[in-house]
Design a protein around this ligand. Sequence first.
Ligand SMILES: *[C@@H]1O[C@H](CO)[C@@H](O)[C@H](O)[C@H]1NC(C)=O
Ligand SMILES: *[C@@H]1O[C@H](CO)[C@@H](O)[C@H](O)[C@H]1NC(C)=O
Ligand SMILES: *[C@@H]1O[C@H](CO)[C@@H](O)[C@H](O)[C@H]1NC(C)=O
Length: 193
Amino acid sequence: MDQTSLLWLFVSSLLFCSTNQASLTVSPSRSQFFQWTSVSLSCEEDDSSAGWKLRRNTTTETRKECGDGWGRSAGSSCNISFIVDWDSGVYWCESREGATSNSINITVTGGPVILQSPVLPVMEGDDVTLHCKTKTSNLPADFYKDGSLIRTEPAGHMTIHYVSKSDEGLYKCDISSHGESPSSWISVTVNRS
Ligand SMILES: *[C@@H]1O[C@H](CO)[C@@H](O)[C@H](O)[C@H]1NC(C)=O
Ligand SMILES: *[C@@H]1O[C@H](CO)[C@@H](O)[C@H](O)[C@H]1NC(C)=O
Ligand SMILES: *[C@@H]1O[C@H](CO)[C@@H](O)[C@H](O)[C@H]1NC(C)=O
């Protein structure tokens, strides 16, 4: 688990400890996946008797529960063994009473390149590293934010130091010899302490 998810777990345990809440985590912790890889989704909850289950909206389904035509359900987790492009969508946890967790966007690509970006909101002031990857290698990559080229990185990854609200946006990357990744939204949470 990376620092961002650990921090998120810590913050959510503080926020949610006495209420009926859950937070959704995804492993590997990122928003974009190559087809045919496996993904595990988990509702981190404080009350397992509340019956938290994974649900998702895709282009063809709404509010579909894990196990009902997608994924393999075990308690409040759900695994997808071979994720494919029609698994792209928004995922969340929902209790029996209809309480909902944070939601997560997942994008699955049949293309040659993914952007590995944080799936959960980034805390203002943190450093965040984006990786542009093919299935097999790290190659020089161009990174784009909201449609504009922001950096060219010879090693295929870029770090934004001391993230601020102005870094929030839609990111993608391009490896010239292979192609472009899908776009993912990175959101920044303002630290209230
Ligand atoms: C899922 O789709 C339903 C129906 O369109 C919508 O009401 C709901 O807000 C969507 N959920 C999320 C988390 O986007
Ligand atoms: C989901 O995947 C994880 C990691 O691969 C594994 O440890 C766990 O047992 C799996 N759970 C189910 C319900 O298959
Ligand atoms: C999911 O993606 C949409 C479109 O890019 C964006 O507006 C929304 O804020 C994203 N939701 C989350 C939870 O990141």
